[in-house]
Design a protein around this ligand. Sequence first.
Ligand code: IMP
Length: 182
Amino acid sequence: MAQIANLPLRLSPYLSAEKIQSRVKELAREISPHFFPSSEPLIAVCVLKGSFMFYSDLIRELDGNIECEFLAVSSYSGMTSSGEVKVTLDLNRAIEGKNVLLVEDIVDTGLTMNFLIQWLKSRKPKNLKTVALLLKPDALKTKCDLDFVGFKIPNDFVVGYGLDYQGYYRNLPYIAQVQSFN
Ligand code: IMP
């Protein structure tokens, strides 16, 4: 269990709000042809809580019929992954035979994404794609089937734009690296 840090932490800006917004628009343009112009709806799944900001920006850029679904998982205590992923909020509907986009904030060890992909696949969607805003390639501990990635970043702890440290900093419109936890 990580120690409770003295807040505020020392942060250094890493990805500006403008840079994030422009990459989100690009991602939407990359993702759209995989689901639209088919008239079938897309079920966009937001992984709470970290993805909520990315998710809401991304779906507003996707031009098609979208159903919003939310799930929540717990796997982190402080800065380290416990490795054990638990679904704490389940989807509200069946996804069998449906087009599904899984929207994650960040892939670090890959354990959460990997778990969620298997978990969703077991529900037999017709077409499952995955997008993560951030990927830490050097932190991966497992193979992870990501279809779309916003930014590859170094193996440093980041906060903002939905990402938290002990519940704080989610409301920053940009992403910052934590310089020090003291
Ligand atoms: P993974 O299972 O190790 O890939 O971790 C995925 C989850 O850990 C993400 O959905 C985040 O909630 C959290 N996480 C991983 N790295 C960071 C970080 O740098 N900042 C904030 N949360 C993180």
